[in-house]
Design a protein around this ligand. Structure first.
Ligand SMILES: *Cc1c(COP(=O)(O)O)cnc(C)c1O
Length: 233
């Protein structure tokens, strides 16, 4: 049996230790519980165990569960299709997966319609391999500058990335370190009232401690909280 509360306590402890090893405080690293495929009951159990932020990767799941989950901050962490922005812009606190100007412009338009400033992260993919989503490290700055120039209803809060899944989590360290370098560079070089570079979203169940060691301050964790996902339902 999966004990959600116990798992969250374990992760909080591991998060604390990883942060301390890196000379930071555990509380400075936000836990975003990834709730894709999970029922509202499971999610509420996590919320009662102290989770304040949850992440979904599909618009459909956010819509279905939104009214059934206790008050919590919702994060859109998966690939977002332009034509679905309208369904979630009023519901989510942070969109982690912005990787094109076209998507940013639609978020801007829809956020404007509901009188909201939408916080976003730019998704970076410097692994080059498998993942289709995210901009190359070299393109991140120009995308950010483009968003700041034309999207008045968007605030750019930082970067998100996913390390290549295979292999030893330690191999992910170099990957995360490279994204941290990019994060620091953007933070230093881009000045704008709608840029508040403070969120570096990296690390999942299998590599979050490594990610924290390399500077992550937001970890997205599903399996280690809720157990293995089953996609047939
Ligand atoms: C599913 C998912 C996670 C969490 O993965 P786990 O291995 O279950 O912790 C994190 N980030 C994104 C973007 C995801 O889609």
């Amino acid at each position: 049996m999966v004990n959600i509360r116990e798992n969250i306590e374990k992760i909080n402890k591991a998060k604390q230790e990883a942060a301390m090893l890196a000379g930071r405080r555990g509380d400075d690293v936000l836990l975003c519980a990834v709730t894709k495929t999970r029922s509202p009951d499971e999610i509420n159990e996590a919320v009662r165990a102290g989770v304040t932020d949850i992440g979904e990767n599909k618009v459909q799941e956010i819509i279905e569960k939104y009214d059934l989950v206790d008050p919590v901050r919702w994060h859109m962490i998966g690939h977002l299709q332009t034509n679905k922005v309208k369904y979630i812009v009023d519901k989510v606190a942070l969109i982690h997966s912005v990787d094109s100007m076209r998507l940013a412009e639609e978020i801007d338009r829809r956020a404007g319609q509901c009188g909201k400033t939408m916080d976003i992260l730019v998704q970076v993919n410097s692994a080059m391999e498998e993942s289709k989503f995210g901009v190359r490290a070299g393109e991140a700055e120009s995308l950010i500058n483009g968003i700041l120039k034309s999207c008045i209803n968007i605030k750019v809060k930082g970067l998100m990335c996913m390390a290549p899944f295979e292999g030893n989590p330690k191999d992910a360290a170099a990957y995360f370190a490279a994204v941290k370098v990019l994060f620091d560079k953007c933070k230093k070089e881009i000045r704008h009232e709608r840029l508040d570079f403070s969120v570096l979203s990296m690390g999942m169940s299998h590599d979050f401690e490594v990610a924290i060691g390399e500077g992550s301050n937001l970890v997205r964790i599903g399996t280690a909280i809720f157990g293995e996902r089953s996609y047939k339902k």
